[in-house]
Design a protein around this ligand. Structure first.
Ligand SMILES: Nc1ncnc2c1ncn2[C@@H]1O[C@H](COP(=O)(O)OP(=O)(O)OP(=O)(O)O)[C@@H](O)[C@H]1O
Ligand SMILES: Nc1nc2c(c(=O)[nH]1)N=C(CO)CN2
Length: 188
């Protein structure tokens, strides 16, 4: 049977005239306020429910001393999530910020204030972007052991696009104050 074109059915690719590539996204989760582990689990669940985002892997959890944070800030829990996505980087960031807000993230303007949830977009494929609202790779990822260590657990030979192998960056980073917490687990 031949298929008759139906003018009422169009798909996204017809509208944009292009296929949307699938890219591997690396996302960093952090929490140092409230129920930290539950906050990370909520973030993971919500990312996994996001259309056009397929979460593939979650790293071990690390408990980490706050970096560049106000005096008295509590320890963070940090983890890395790998996902495949057809979202544009801008849409992925938008989704990350919306999830942060949904889980009670306050934005008082205090630099690196304690937060229930932080989702940073570390890299999206090998995109390199320098826009006001989105820099890729994340501009501080290369020096942050709380990003590099859990990522290296999952992908030891990964590169930070335009920067270099994460194994070398990790060697150069300050790895004091980060402790792997295998007793704490979040699940897909
Ligand atoms: N790669 C990126 N990932 C997340 N946010 C980014 C990125 N590049 C630029 N931004 C911008 O940074 C803004 C501030 O983000 P946010 O408040 O989460 O920063 P932060 O987590 O406190 O600090 P840091 O960026 O050092 O982790 C966001 O609104 C976003 O527009
Ligand atoms: N240990 C740790 N320190 C931080 C973190 C974080 O996730 N973990 N996030 C920050 C701003 O996003 C600032 N400092």
């Amino acid at each position: 049977m031949t298929e008759v074109p139906n003018p009422h059915i169009i798909d996204a690719d017809t509208l944009t005239g292009e296929m949307r590539p699938i890219r591997r996204a690396v996302l960093s989760l952090g929490s140092n306020l409230g129920e930290r582990l539950a906050n990370l689990q909520d973030a993971l669940n919500t990312l996994a429910e996001t259309p056009d985002v397929w979460v593939t892997t979650i790293s071990p959890i690390y408990e980490t001393e706050p970096v560049d944070s106000p005096e008295g800030s509590e320890l963070y829990l940090n983890a890395i999530v790998l996902a495949d996505t057809t979202l544009t980087p801008a849409r992925l960031l938008d989704r990350a910020l919306t999830i942060e807000d949904a889980y009670g993230r306050s934005r008082s303007g205090i630099f690196n204030e304690p937060r229930t949830l932080d989702i940073d977009v570390i890299s999206v494929g090998d995109k390199i972007l320098e826009e006001d609202s989105l820099t890729l790779p994340h501009p501080r990822a290369h020096e942050r052991a709380f990003v590099l260590k859990p990522w290296a657990d999952l992908e030891p030979s990964a590169d930070l696009p335009g920067v270099g192998p994460i194994s070398e960056l990790l060697e150069r980073s300050d790895q004091t104050g980060i402790t792997r917490r295998d007793d704490l687990v979040i699940e897909l």
